[in-house]
Write a protein that binds this ligand. Structure first.
Ligand code: NAP
Length: 269
């Protein structure tokens, strides 16, 4: 098993490519020879990344500035992807909110559901028929260890990531023998940028530096897992501990413990 072989017409799509794990996935895919379509809202940042990746790796890189939480903006992107040779899809873009749902901005919460869950479903539906016809494709779903358990004070995020986790592993079961790989990345904390000590978060202070994993490491092990058609990749010790606790402990016990922890994250905002 491996990733589809790069070719001049095929594209690997990475959503949320303007920062963090998505940017690292785009860079790693380009280094492996894949031409790309980068998707996020900030087109200017992605154009800069596209120029760097073209220069460094001699691949084609296209940029699609799109608010994936907006159904109307998704339509042209979905139509385009349905008609093109998409060899790899990294469903990575996502946002999170912390604190009691009643205190949060309800419009932003709805956007979170659209982005983290509905857009993931839409983009998968757009590329899957072409992958099945070609008997070749790879889809990386970026869920979270948070999707394994109930998390008071992170309710919308945890629920949307439960969708991604379950969708990924269910779909994978349907695609055995089709040539289409599906792998779930379900991380705990990933350090996407070095925090300024002056405004380090509760989580930054709690987790020792040595236990943080980087976006680059996360991208590499995720793409290796996708190439090997692994069901799930959980990078790093903290992620593995969170994942085990979330999956195997009684939900009634886990919920209040993680809920009080996430209330601290919520009170920082
Ligand atoms: N970092 C972690 O600790 C961690 C842990 C578990 C899971 N994850 C998951 O990993 C994924 C990436 O997280 P990250 O930490 O790398 O986050 P990040 O650095 O904040 O990047 C999020 C990406 O999503 C894009 N995005 C946000 N809203 C969007 C929208 N409405 N439409 C299109 N793109 C949008 C952002 O680009 P624009 O702002 O330019 O649109 C950005 O490129 C997420 O799904 C997250 O839930 C992260």
């Amino acid at each position: 098993m491996s990733l589809p072989t790069p070719n001049p017409t095929a594209r690997a799509v990475v959503t949320g490519a303007s920062s963090g794990i998505g940017e690292a996935l785009a860079a790693d895919l380009a280094a492996r020879g894949h031409s790309l379509i980068l998707v996020a809202r900030r087109g200017d940042i992605m154009e800069k990344l596209a120029t760097e990746l073209r220069d460094r790796h001699c691949v084609d890189v296209e940029v699609r500035a799109c608010d994936l939480s907006n159904r109307e903006q998704r339509v042209p992107l979905i139509e385009e992807l349905s008609g093109r040779e998409i060899s790899i899809l990294c469903n990575n873009a996502g946002i999170a909110t912390f604190g009691p749902l009643k205190d949060l901005d309800f419009d932003y919460e709805r956007d979170q559901v659209e982005l983290n869950a509905v857009a993931v479903h839409d983009l998968t539906l757009a590329v899957l028929p072409g992958m099945l016809n070609r008997k070749s494709g790879a889809i990386l779903m970026v869920g979270s260890a948070a999707g394994n358990m109930p998390i008071p004070n992170n309710a919308t995020y945890a629920a949307t990531k439960a969708f991604v986790n379950t969708f990924s592993e269910s779909l994978r079961g349907e695609l055995k023998g089709t040539g289409v790989n599906v792998t779930l990345l379900a991380p705990g904390p990933v350090r996407t940028e070095t925090p300024d000590p002056a405004d380090a978060s509760f989580l930054d202070k709690l987790v020792p530096d040595a236990l943080w994993i980087s976006s680059e490491y996360t991208a590499k092990v995720s793409l290796d897992a996708l190439a090997a058609n692994k069901m799930r990749i959980v990078p790093g010790i903290i992620s593995k501990a969170m994942s085990t606790a979330g999956q195997y402990s009684p939900r009634a016990i886990v919920a209040p413990i993680v809920g009080s922890f996430y209330s601290k994250l919520g009170s920082e905002k």
